[in-house]
Ligand binder design. Structure first.
Ligand SMILES: [Zn+2]
Length: 136
């Protein structure tokens, strides 16, 4: 169990900075992929959203709700949302603690998958319980 009574960061500054860079790179790649796909629809509103995505780096992904109607983008939008959420959590003291059991998620796991919010055990349990469709 994590220490109680005071907050502490579980990871070093260097580790958090590395994860932050990974998340930023992934977010940029996803924004670009989504923007490209939005433009490809030929829809004016979608193109506007694409421009918006590329202009700002700090935009809540809520605007993408309309983009999610484009089924082909659903996976990317969902991942971008997870990436943005991880970028915010990265600076909170409980970043790196499993959402379900509060165990510390090993840095190696986060390094391979910076958006992970559960330890391997809890994630496996979820995937088993909810079926393969509920992954991520
Ligand atoms: Zn857990």
């Amino acid at each position: 169990m994590p220490l109680t009574g005071h907050h502490r960061h579980y990871f070093t500054i260097e580790q958090r900075e590395t994860l932050q860079r990974q998340l930023e790179r992934r977010a940029a790649a996803l924004r670009e992929a989504i923007a490209t796909a939005l433009r490809a629809t030929g829809d004016a509103q979608a193109a506007g959203l694409a421009n918006h995505l590329e202009e700002t780096d700090d935009e809540p992904v809520a605007d993408l709700e309309s983009a999610i109607e484009i089924a082909a983008l659903e996976r990317e939008v969902r991942e971008l949302r997870a990436v943005e959420s991880a970028r915010k959590r990265l600076h909170e003291p409980d970043f790196g603690l499993c959402e379900d059991c509060e165990a510390e998620i090993p840095y190696a796991r986060l390094s391979a998958n910076p958006t992970a919010i559960r330890c391997v055990g809890c994630q496996t349990q979820r995937e088993r319980g909810a079926g393969p469709a509920a992954r991520l």
